[in-house]
Write a protein that binds this ligand. Structure first.
Ligand SMILES: [Zn+2]
Length: 174
């Protein structure tokens, strides 16, 4: 299994890398994205730390930017998780975990959540992502195909004995 993962990593690392400076117009409309993080390596290349796709048609760029760069953690498990790691020893973590997407919840939590602190944390998450992450994409037009391939990539990486986080990986903090 790690041989397949080696091939996957070599191929993925050879694709054009994008970052927070990229524009959605440079990306295909439909496809799969794979994320790399500074300091994380495997197979002599950058390690794939995340694989993702989208269900809505023609939505790839929007989904990536929502996940990585939009300061709305309740719309992105990825951002929420990074925030949890950054807040690992911080009492604000408890508030960060609350979902303030809906109006009803914002009302409900208005005296509980420190929204200024929340905005600051969103900012930190965005900064962390901008400083540390890059991503590659490849085009897959059909939704069913995307989901199938995403699953295949994830199981290849999960089954690999050579893909593991560095000791200082932020993801381990939570
Ligand atoms: Zn691997």
């Amino acid at each position: 299994m790690s041989e397949a993962c080696q091939i996957l990593h070599e191929w993925a690392n050879g694709l054009q890398k994008f970052s927070h400076n990229s524009s959605t117009e440079e990306l295909p409309k439909n496809g799969i994205y794979m994320v790399f993080e500074k300091g994380e390596t495997a197979h002599g290349t950058d390690r794939i730390v995340r694989v993702g796709t989208h269900t809505g048609q023609n939505n790839l760029g929007k989904r990536i930017f929502e996940h990585l760069y939009k300061p709305k953690k309740d719309r992105s498990v990825f951002r929420k998780h990074i925030g949890r790691c950054l807040l690992a020893d911080n009492p604000f973590l408890e508030q960060w975990n609350l979902d303030s997407t809906t109006k009803a919840n914002r009302e409900k939590y208005k005296n509980i959540i420190d929204f200024e602190k929340q905005a600051e944390t969103e900012e930190r998450v965005t900064q962390y992502i901008a400083d540390n992450f890059s991503f590659v994409v490849f085009e897959v037009d059909e939704k069913a195909e995307r989901l199938r391939i995403e699953e295949g990539l994830l199981s290849t990486i999960t089954a690999c004995e050579k893909c593991f986080p560095s000791k200082s990986w932020l993801g381990l903090k939570h």
